[in-house]
Design a protein around this ligand. Structure first.
Ligand code: ZN
Length: 329
């Protein structure tokens, strides 16, 4: 019987492994880098999905297609700490694999998984401060507990700094720090042929979520727009993103994403009135309709990121009313 292959080549020495995830994206792309013949390096994995039986089957099956198990990997590189990219990392580490991430992501993202109680409390206080209703928060705690059950924190993360060249899998990868989607998101650029392992920095079909979270930098949208310029300036010829298909026209996609955010900023500015409104209220108007619990949370965080950008630009005014932040024209 012929079985569909679980990995497919996307660039010389690089295989994409689409792994099912229980999110609207449906799949996260994990990339397997195989060293060229006669090279001394070993295989390297970039990102891993969150832990579900389906994800494990897909990842382990794909590695088997190349005669590999977790223990054969030279390293696991993580683009950022979001659960769909990080979840299985602690498990793969237990097989004796070193797990690497940007130093900034260890300090600011990895801690989301290792300091769970403090992070949950800070998150809830932050949600309340921005007008998220108690009814919604009750569901959120359950959802967060489920996510945490699917994530294995890394015990001994190894780090690399921005700009360094990593010599893995018999190849050279330059680390490019692109804050915005996550404070410490890193991309990996193979300079010899312009292949860019792009994480969630640019995606083909949708705009990556730019959210303001309790533990994230203020004004993440300003960081993201600067990171988009940085991405365009690399002159890479093929982006291998965390979701959906590879992107050949990187400058074109960067321009679309920039325009998308300018449009959303203008639309949000139009929703502001002399009457103060919370980020939660504004998110219901900016993202109308039925959304899942998780989608609502992302909509809220994205609205808040845009509000902070408008405030910084002098296009919105924050007003505190009984301990809750509101925004007006
Ligand atoms: Zn992702």
């Amino acid at each position: 019987m012929h079985q569909a292959r679980l990995s497919h080549p996307v660039a010389p020495g690089i295989f994409a492994i689409p792994i099912p995830i229980p999110y609207p994206f449906r799949y996260v792309n994990v990339y397997l880098l195989l060293p060229p013949p006669l090279s001394t390096g070993g295989p390297v994995l970039v990102d891993c999905a969150l832990d579900t039986p389906e994800a494990r089957a897909a990842l382990e099956g794909a590695l088997r297609e190349h005669g590999l198990g977790y223990g054969d990997l030279e390293a696991l590189l993580l683009t950022h700490h979001h659960p769909d990219h990080y979840g299985l990392a602690g498990l793969i580490e237990q097989a004796g694999v070193s797990v690497y991430m940007l130093d900034i992501e260890e300090e600011r993202g990895h801690i989301f998984w290792t300091q769970a109680e403090a992070m949950n409390q800070a998150g809830m206080a932050f949600f309340r401060r921005h007008g998220v209703t108690d009814e919604y928060l009750a569901g959120l705690e359950k959802e967060l507990a489920l996510t945490r059950s699917r994530v294995h924190p890394v015990r001994n993360p190894r780090t690399f700094p921005d700009g360094v060249v990593l010599e893995w899998a018999g190849t050279r990868l330059r680390v490019v720090w692109v804050p915005g989607h996550a404070d410490g998101q890193a991309m990996f650029l193979r300079e010899e042929d312009g292949v860019l392992l792009a994480g969630d920095q640019i995606l083909e079909k949708i705009s990556p979520n730019i959210g303001r979270w309790a533990y994230a930098y203020p004004n993440p949208l300003a960081h993201y727009l600067a990171s988009l310029e940085k991405t365009r300036g690399l002159g890479a010829r093929l982006a291998l993103p965390g979701h959906y298909r590879p992107i050949a026209d990187i400058p074109g996609r960067v321009a679309e994403l920039r325009a998308h955010h300018q449009e959303r900023l203008a639309f949000l500015e139009g929703l502001l009135s002399p009457e103060p409104q919370t980020a939660w209220q504004l998110s219901l108007a900016l993202f109308p309709g039925e959304l899942s619990l998780a989608q609502r949370r992302f909509a809220w965080a994205e609205t808040l990121a845009h509000l902070e950008y408008l405030v910084e630009a002098g296009r919105a005014v924050p007003v505190e009313l009984e301990g809750i932040l509101h925004y007006r024209r």
